[in-house]
Design a protein around this ligand. Structure first.
Ligand code: AHG
Ligand code: MN
Ligand code: MN
Length: 340
């Protein structure tokens, strides 16, 4: 006989429990997280169908319904833009896919939250059926004044109220933290609910995996070359050699390392002296999650969370994962920083 579920918890009820810890809470924040959950389900559904596009004959400009076929990252961006802050909780939305942030018109009231997101991360992998993801960070408006400006948007990761990601993999998983533990939920597609599957995720202090695109080695400085070589051979005082794993989807690489232990590196190169990854929509939210799970994230000189962005699309070198390993990398890079 089918087992009757006893202690299943949906993501919505988990978020409501979080809200009950703050008796005066308006529900705006919970509502916003719910909007993100809803957006994730829609994007997840579309990602799962991606491989069917060719056989359904939608490779041209229009699909069978006569609708214009959109690139999935553009689609995911629109879903986020349409779903978020419908109840006026948001004052600024910033996306990797949009050059400028979108400020909520003053006439619609000025919500308290700022959301910055990468709607589809790793999208170059999608045609090969490899995991992709979504990343988001939520900040609070700096003041109660009615005018909202760029200084409300350009805040360091240390000010994050919540951050999370969704990985569209063999299962769809939603991982988030609001500063009280990192929790993972797996989508049960038969009921359309994210169910608590990974409560209070903590990441190992030290991992056996390093994740880096070694094809860029020619552009690295000597310090990063030595760091990666040392990781390969085994660090002094550490048992065993490391193993390499690089998917090329930051969310998926980060997620695996978070669970198993390991370090993801995206160092600067001669042609990209700030690296490739974006501080606000990729590095800072994942750094917030890493630190809340007992890990650490650095730009090679100090904590990612302490960096104040100068623009929405500011880029940053990223070393993130197991605390002890990332601190070791930082120590080896920080004397004088990178020297490209
Ligand atoms: P996006 O698809 O949002 O542009 O991000 C891609 C990023 C990240 O997911 C991944 O880790 C990195 O690009 C891979 O870059 P390389 O191909 O340069 O290794
Ligand atoms: Mn990305
Ligand atoms: Mn993207």
């Amino acid at each position: 006989m089918t087992q009757v579920p006893g202690n299943l918890q949906t993501i919505e009820s988990h978020m409501l429990e979080l809200q009950s810890l703050h008796p005066g809470a308006s529900g705006d924040f919970t509502g916003l997280l719910n909007d993100i959950t809803f957006a994730a389900k829609i994007i997840g559904r579309e990602v799962t169908k991606a491989g069917l596009v060719d056989i359904l004959g939608a490779t041209g400009e229009e699909n069978v319904q006569g609708e214009v076929v959109q690139k999935l990252d553009d689609y995911a961006n629109k879903v986020f833009m349409n779903c978020l802050g419908r109840r006026g909780q948001v004052c600024i939305l910033g996306s990797e896919e949009m050059a400028e942030p979108v400020f909520t018109p003053v006439s619609q009231g000025s919500g308290r939250y700022i959301v910055v997101f990468d709607p589809l991360d790793g999208s170059s992998n999608i045609d090969a059926n490899v995991s992709v993801g979504t990343i988001f960070g939520i900040w609070r408006r700096r003041s109660d004044r009615t005018h909202v400006g760029m200084d409300d948007l350009l805040q360091p990761g240390r000010n994050l109220v919540a951050a999370g990601y969704i990985v569209y993999g063999s299962s769809t998983m939603f991982v988030y933290t609001a500063g009280k533990g990192v929790h993972g939920f797996t989508l049960d597609p038969s009921i359309g609910e994210f169910l608590l599957s990974h409560e209070n995720i903590t990441t190992p202090f030290h991992g056996q995996v390093y994740s880096v695109n070694e094809a860029y080695e020619q552009g690295w400085d000597d310090k990063i070359r030595t760091v990666v070589d040392t990781l390969k051979m085994g660090r002094p005082g550490r048992e065993g050699r490391m193993s390499g794993r690089y998917i090329g989807s930051l969310v998926a690489d980060f997620h695996r390392n978070l669970l198993y232990g390991g370090t993801y590196l995206y160092p600067p190169t001669k042609d990209k002296p700030r690296g490739k990854l974006r501080l606000m929509c990729e590095a800072a939210p994942l750094a917030f999650i890493a630190e809340n799970a007992g890990g650490y994230a650095s730009d090679g000189a100090g904590p990612i969370l302490d960096i104040t962005p100068d623009t929405l699309h500011a880029r940053v070198p990223l070393y993130i994962g197991s605390r002890e390993d990332v601190l070791w990398i930082e120590k080896n890079l920080s004397s004088g920083g990178h020297n490209l």
